[in-house]
Design a protein around this ligand. Structure first.
Ligand code: THU
Length: 166
C-alpha cells in the first residue's frame, strides 16, 4: 500500500492593491461583467474575465435557464467564447467574482467541477498553466494552475493510457 500526498499552493491577498497590474485588471473586469449575468433563479451573479497570450481580455457571465442544465457558468461562457474567437491563443489567467442575493460579493468563490474540467482541457490544449484568481469578499486567492484545482483528473491521457499527444 502506498499513500500519496497532493499539495496545492494557494496565495491569499488581503486586498486588490497587492496584486500585479494584470491580475488587478482581470478582477475589476470580472466584477464589472458579473453585472450582466442572467441569474433570475439563483440570483447569484458571477463574472469571469480571462486574458489570452495575445493580450486580449475576454469576459463572460453566468446565463441561467428555466431548465437548469441548459444554463452555463461565467467561466465557461468566457472560456468558450475565447476559444471560438481566438482558437490559437492560450489562456494565461482567469479571474472570477460574484455578487450574492444580498448584493454583496460572495463570501467564498470557487469554480464548479464542470468548469474546472473545461479549464483543465484548455490548460492541456495549449500546454500553458492558467492562473486562477478567486475574488472573494474578504480576500483574493490565486492558484498557479488548473491542475491545482482538479488533481487526479480525467483527461485526454486517460482515454489512451498516456500514449497520445495531449
Ligand atoms: N456559477 C458560476 O457561474 N460560476 C461558479 O464558479 C459557480 C456557480 C453560477 C451557476 C449558476 O448560474 C449560479 O452561479 C448558482 O450556482
Amino acid at each position: 500500500m502506498q499513500t500519496k500526498e497532493i499539495k496545492i499552493l494557494v496565495t491569499r491577498y488581503e486586498n486588490l492593491e497587492e496584486l500585479i497590474t494584470t491580475d488587478r485588471e482581470l478582477v475589476l473586469a470580472a466584477r464589472q461583467i458579473a453585472e450582466t449575468a442572467y441569474a433570475p433563479y439563483s440570483k447569484f451573479k458571477v463574472g469571469a474575465a480571462l486574458i489570452l497570450d495575445n493580450g486580449q481580455i475576454v469576459k463572460g457571465s453566468n446565463q441561467e435557464n428555466a431548465a437548469t442544465p441548459a444554463g452555463v457558468c461565467a467561466e465557461r461562457s468566457a472560456l468558450f467564447w475565447a476559444n471560438a474567437n481566438f482558437p490559437n491563443s492560450a489562456v494565461k489567467a482567469i479571474a472570477i467574482s460574484a455578487v450574492d442575493q444580498s448584493g454583496n460579493r460572495a463570501l467564498h468563490l470557487s469554480p464548479c467541477g464542470i468548469c474546472r474540467q473545461a479549464l483543465l482541457e484548455s490548460e492541456h490544449r495549449f500546454k500553458e498553466p492558467i492562473r486562477i484568481i478567486l475574488d472573494s469578499r474578504n480576500n483574493i486567492e490565486i492558484l498557479n494552475d488548473v491542475e491545482s484545482l482538479l488533481p487526479l483528473s480525467f483527461n485526454g491521457n486517460s482515454l489512451t493510457n498516456g500514449n497520445n499527444k495531449f
